[in-house]
Design a protein. Structure first.
Length: 246
């Protein structure tokens, strides 16, 4: 498909999650090259992903669920909000590392996927933490583990996958800011400085924290290195999943 290219003047910016790092391995016809056509300004915030199940599932912890799923291949179901999304690939990491097989129910979006897990039509899902903490408090969903190496202040009682013996099952929704690749370095530096200043404002920090986000500012160089590392990480995983989208 055609791509409209903005002038590299520092006035047109893009916010995206860093799962964009593996799009060239996921989509058959990419109209751009992330590392050629975009210049990262810096990361801004991230929200952990969490594995959670309907309380009717007879397993209270992730190790208990893994044992149950291993003993009953393809008996339990996973709500997939979008093929290739961080939520979906977080589940694929879990299934691969834990050695379990589950039925996948495909959805168009996180809302319908969550609704069916809440209703008990599907057993388990991977969700952004901020979208489900109220369901944990109400007992409508049972948290199993954050796909993370550290616990979150938003749900300090929820263990991490590292704590339950699956340290390679790590994924998150991480958002960063881009400009067109030819944007002058002076403009990139000024935009980075303005982004960091905005993230330091108490009102914005409070809003993001209340939504389950953690503030994670980075330099343009750190953002570029993280994107490269994500690309290399998924290059070792995606081919085996045989996911190719139009």
């Amino acid at each position: 498909m055609p791509m409209l290219v903005a002038a590299p003047d520092g006035l047109t910016l893009v916010i995206n999650a860093d799962n964009i790092a593996y799009f060239d391995m996921l989509y058959r016809n990419m109209p751009y090259d992330l590392f050629r056509d975009f210049a990262p300004i810096g990361y801004m915030a991230e929200t952990p992903l969490v594995v959670a199940a309907n309380p009717r599932v007879p397993a209270r912890t992730l190790p208990e669920f893994v044992a149950l799923a291993k003993a009953n291949p393809e008996k339990f179901s996973f709500a997939n909000p979008s093929v290739g999304s961080p939520h979906h690939l977080g589940f694929e990491l879990l299934a691969r590392e834990a050695g379990i097989r589950m039925v996948q129910a495909q959805y168009r979006g996180g809302g319908p996927a969550m609704n069916d897990v809440l209703a008990g039509h599907v057993d388990l899902g991977v969700f952004s933490l901020g979208s489900v903490t109220q369901h944990f408090a109400a007992g409508a969903l049972r948290p199993y583990a954050l796909l993370s190496t550290s616990r979150s202040e938003a749900a300090p009682e929820v263990p991490t996958t590292a704590e339950v013996g699956l340290p390679r099952v790590v994924n998150a929704l991480r958002f960063l800011l881009f400009a067109p690749a030819a944007t002058p370095k002076e403009a990139i530096a000024a935009l980075h400085e303005a982004t960091v200043a905005s993230l330091a404002e108490p009102e914005l920090r409070n809003q993001l924290t209340a939504a389950g986000f953690e503030i994670t500012p980075s330099t343009p160089e750190q953002a570029a290195a993280t994107l490269r590392a994500e690309h290399e990480r998924w290059a070792e995983i995606l081919p085996a999943l045989n996911l190719r989208l139009d």
